[in-house]
Design a protein around this ligand. Structure first.
Ligand code: PNW
Length: 447
């Protein structure tokens, strides 16, 4: 599309929460400053062979020192809301005990800076940077870590709860489960261990529920919910076998997390598939599902890609992929997943907390960055969200992933997901074509 900025004439509801998202380890750098402890991602990225080119988050985009400049960029874009994450090892360097004041102060400054600029903060408690000391005690395979998470959450709520209206518990539990314990390309890098992976899933869900309870006890005016990356699953062909395989695939991708939180039960088909002797099923105790299903105020949906499932349960490609091999571009998937959660789980307020595209950006001779593909991608996904709203979905806000180019985990710095380009050697920030377009979308509340 040569003119992706052309208006579609679609106006969003008044006050719609246009935003952008980041996470701590991907942007902050300053990994040894102000008493921060080591996280599993420090360990993982410093292990040879784990990340592209040996890239680490040691410096990232130096947001810890440049946050005022970044807050000004958000204001320049006109963001109504900004989603960031709090680094657990900055607050509790070894994962337990008295909070580290200097770590809390950094987030206090960020939050104050957001309020000064009229931007609403939305904070994620855990975006994968588990304190290494807790990993050394078993990590998420240990039930105790769920309780340590609740203590950490309570400490954060006590300090920051009054100034943050929106909270997210755990970013994408499924990604930790699958990439951390089955595929092994994320920390802690365990490969081929589904029995451990689903035990981890249960403890992540338990940690979520305990954190919701901690908020109710500490900062009762706050709103909180889970941040789930949901994948609409479609049969690769219309055979009955493909449909049955898709149903189970959907259980592992979506219902495992949604049903436990919103229905107080894990899906029976997934439990049966895991088996009565699996580590997860044998770890579930009386009362756990009540904890996990403690009522929440919102559901945060992260949508990137659909999954097409064959009769033998394999995922296949049916749509064009982006520069991320796992991402197929399918805007209608946004409509499908938003309408589906509303239909199946009731009218809980929704926010999209991530959606975006990596592009191979490089500045032109005049210094501009032409990411027309990102404009097209976002316009089409915004249009799908608009259609979902028109059909009654209570979607309140939408955070583009990501505000800035940043450390894309095992992919290092090569995949650029930002609205804002970062020249890593100089840390210079430049608005891409998509950022200029997004500013006009926000100002007009229209695509
Ligand atoms: C998310 N998938 O991860 C994360 O929350 C971000 O930190 C990350 O930078 C962003 O998406 C881009 O990758 C995902 O396989 C990882 O579908 C994997 C998938 C989706 C999201």
């Amino acid at each position: 599309d040569p003119r992706p900025e052309r208006s579609l004439g679609l106006r969003f509801p008044a006050g719609f929460g246009w935003g952008a998202a980041t996470s701590a380890y991907q942007i902050e750098g300053a990994v040894k400053e102000d008493g921060r402890g080591t996280s599993v991602w420090d360990t993982f990225s410093h292990t040879p062979g784990r990340t592209r080119g040996g890239d680490t988050g040691d410096v990232a985009v130096d947001h810890y020192h440049r946050y005022l400049e970044d807050l000004d960029l958000m204001k320049d874009l006109g963001l109504r809301t900004y989603r960031f994450s709090i680094s657990w090892p900055r607050i509790q360097p070894d994962g337990t005990g008295q909070p580290n004041q200097r770590g809390l102060d950094f987030y206090r400054r960020v939050i104050a800076g957001l309020h000064e600029r009229g931007i609403e903060p939305m904070a994620t408690l855990f975006h994968w940077d588990l304190p290494q000391a807790l990993q050394d005690r078993g990590g998420w395979e240990s039930r105790d870590v769920a309780h340590r998470f609740a203590d950490y959450a309570a400490a954060v709520f006590a300090e920051l709860g009054a100034d943050v209206p929106g909270w997210l518990t755990i970013n994408e539990p499924k990604t930790v489960v699958q990439n951390g314990y089955i595929y092994g390309h994320h920390a802690p890098g365990h490969r081929g261990d589904p029995d451990a992976a689903y035990l981890v899933a249960h403890h992540l869900q338990l940690a979520h529920g305990l954190a919701v309870q901690a908020l109710r006890a500490t900062a009762p005016h706050g709103r909180i919910g889970p941040a789930l990356n949901l994948h609409p699953c479609y049969p690769a062909d219309d055979s009955a076998a493909a449909r049955a395989a898709t149903r189970l695939y959907d259980g592992y991708e979506n219902r495992l997390y949604l049903d436990s939180i919103f229905r107080g039960a894990y899906p029976a088909d997934v439990l049966a598939d895991l088996g009565a002797n699996s580590r997860m099923v044998t770890a579930i105790r009386d009362g756990d599902l009540e904890t996990i299903s403690t009522p929440v105020d919102l559901l945060a949906v992260q949508y990137y890609t659909p999954i097409y499932v064959t009769a033998d349960g394999a995922a296949v490609q049916k749509r064009p992929t982006s520069n991320a091999s796992w991402q197929q571009i399918f805007p209608e998937g946004m409509y499908d997943i938003l309408t589906r959660v509303t239909r199946d789980y009731g009218r809980v307020p929704l926010t999209v907390t991530e959606n975006g595209l990596p592009t191979p950006d490089a500045p032109a001779a005049d210094g501009t960055i032409d990411d027309a593909e990102r404009v097209t991608f976002l316009r089409d996904h915004f249009a799908a969200a608009h259609r979902a709203i028109a059909d009654g979905v209570p979607l309140q806000s939408y955070h583009v992933w990501s505000l800035l180019d940043n450390f894309e985990w095992d992919e290092g710095y090569e995949q650029r997901w930002g609205l804002i380009y970062v020249d890593y050697p100089t840390q210079r920030r430049t608005l891409k074509r998509s950022a200029h377009w997004y500013r006009r979308v926000i100002a007009s509340n229209t695509i």
